[in-house]
Design a protein around this ligand. Structure first.
Ligand SMILES: NC(=O)c1ccc[n+]([C@@H]2O[C@H](COP(=O)([O-])OP(=O)(O)OC[C@H]3O[C@@H](n4cnc5c(N)ncnc54)[C@H](OP(=O)(O)O)[C@@H]3O)[C@@H](O)[C@H]2O)c1
Length: 224
């Protein structure tokens, strides 16, 4: 396959880059920092002209994994009294508008049967006392996934809803809170970036050819 991965410099994005390359795929990585893809573009997902220029160079692709995400620990830890309207704008911009921008820029590169995967999170489904702007933006990503699945068929569009995955995100929180995360999963542990990448890769690949508009929960049973 030829695939585009955004967030390619991140914990889960770099795991997808490595997984896809190990399976012989050609990977285009998009992130502001360097990444390990075969070709890389240092675009911000809010910079549509940069994404469009990348799309013109890259040519036809079989799939896009949208693995970028807003990571602001400060907004994550705010309770209702401390949250302000502007705390909602960044997560919505990066996750929702950024994902839409990438799809729009690469639309002509995608043929029938190709696949787009968005990355949501379990708080989108079950809510979260903290990380309220994050949960709301990730919920919007599920609505975006289903809308794009309808609008772009026969291009397939799916999402994963990830539970706690051990990346830099899980270094923001105390050992006590981490223990709480582990305890809430049925498997009593965090997931690895590789486990998240395997699920995203399955949705990207023809192995999931009859799946569209779906949300695949990859959370060790946390949301049950
Ligand atoms: N880790 C978890 O427990 C967990 C759980 C549920 C869902 N998720 C989701 O999984 C995705 C990946 O998370 P991760 O844990 O791998 O996080 P990460 O290591 O912080 O990676 C985030 C990636 O997003 C990119 N990014 C952020 N803002 C960007 C922008 N404006 N333009 C372009 N790229 C941008 C970053 O690249 P640059 O900074 O180089 O641009 C980085 O590659 C996110 O959507 C996250 O919400 C993670």
């Amino acid at each position: 396959m030829r695939v585009v991965v955004t967030g390619a410099s991140g914990g889960i994005g770099s795991a997808i880059v490595d997984l896809a390359r190990s399976r012989g795929d050609y990977v285009v990585g998009i992130s502001r920092r360097r990444n390990n893809a075969d070709a890389q573009y240092g675009c911000d997902v809010l910079d549509l002209p940069c994404l469009e220029a990348a799309a013109r160079e890259v040519g036809a692709v079989d799939g896009i994994a949208l693995v970028h995400g807003h990571g602001d620990a400060a907004a994550w830890n705010k309770g209702v009294e401390d949250l302000e309207a502007r705390d909602f704008l960044k997560p919505f911009e990066t996750d929702v508008v950024g994902s839409f921008n990438v799809v729009k820029a690469f639309l002509r590169n995608l043929g029938p049967g190709s696949s787009i995967v968005l990355v949501s999170s379990t708080p989108a489904m079950v809510g979260d006392r903290y990380g309220i702007p994050y949960a709301a933006a990730k919920g919007a990503l599920i609505a975006l996934t289903r809308s794009l699945a309808k609008a772009l068929s026969p291009i397939r569009v799916n999402a994963v809803a990830l539970g706690p995955i051990a990346t830099r995100w899980t270094t923001w929180i105390s050992e006590r809170e981490l223990e709480g995360f582990r305890e809430r999963t049925l498997l009593k542990r965090l997931g690895s970036p590789r486990e998240a990448a395997e699920a995203i890769y399955w949705l990207l690949s023809p192995a999931s050819s009859y799946v569209t508009g779906a949300v695949l929960v990859v959370d060790g049973g946390e949301s049950l």
